[in-house]
Design a protein around this ligand. Structure first.
Ligand code: TMP
Length: 213
């Protein structure tokens, strides 16, 4: 079982993945929690290149290939083996992030990205994708607050520093993908409080994949 979590910056995925993990544990499961980019030793190095604000001269193609390099290693080391072992995998971002950020927002041809994915991810596809939908301005406010509190680090803010227009494209892009694949996506209203968001996630998991009943 492969569940991915997607959304704009500051939409609360990290906290809710932790809540979901705890809930699965109470129900007797032991999911693998992972993320892109940066869940492997090599991936952590790639993540620091990708998210460092000083790398603002990075070309869109360089960015795309770094995400795909991270993903290839992630699938090889973590996602592939976990799925083959029959585990539940909870993953913070996956291929939809590339389609939205590098495809829709940066403008790289979607067919080209899909061709790369055919090679990189092969038959691994999320069974369920939980989309945290939120006004990007609220998300950015939350991220800057987290930066002040020390919950986030300045070294990972290259995307937060993008223009408003970029962030709007991300939100709209995710909603477009969700509208195209209604069976796979479950949209939660991430503007609600933490408990209410978590209630929606549990409802989505129960309704769509019939576990945690
Ligand atoms: P996060 O760990 O805070 O979600 O940060 C990861 C950043 O990387 C976020 O801004 C989204 C971006 N991203 C892409 O642009 N393309 C991708 O394929 C992935 C996985 C993430």
């Amino acid at each position: 079982m492969f569940i991915t979590f997607e959304g704009v910056e500051g939409s609360g995925k990290t906290t809710q993945i932790q809540n979901t993990l705890n809930f699965f544990r109470k129900a007797g499961y032991e999911p693998v929690v992972t993320r892109e980019p940066g869940d492997t030793k090599i991936g952590r190095k790639i993540r620091s290149i990708l998210l460092a604000p000083e790398n603002n001269e990075m070309s869109s193609l360089c960015e795309l290939f770094l995400y795909e390099a991270d993903r290839a290693q992630h699938i090889f080391e973590v996602v592939g083996p976990s799925i083959r072992a029959g585990k539940i995998v909870l993953c913070d971002r996956f291929i939809d992030a590339t389609i939205v950020y590098q495809g829709i927002a940066r403008g790289i041809d979607k067919n080209f990205i899909e061709k790369i994915h055919e090679i990189v991810v092969q038959d691994i596809k999320p069974d369920l994708t939980i989309l945290f939908d939120l006004d990007f301005k609220i998300g950015l406010k939350r991220t800057f607050k987290a930066l002040k509190n020390g919950e986030r680090v300045l070294a990972e803010t290259r995307f937060e520093q993008e223009k408003m227009e970029f962030h709007q494209k991300i939100r709209n892009g995710y909603l477009e993908l969700a509208a195209k694949e209604k069976q796979r996506f479950f949209i939660v209203d991430a503007s609600l409080n933490c408990d209410q968001v978590f209630e929606q996630i549990l409802y989505g998991i129960r309704e769509r994949i019939g576990i945690l009943k």
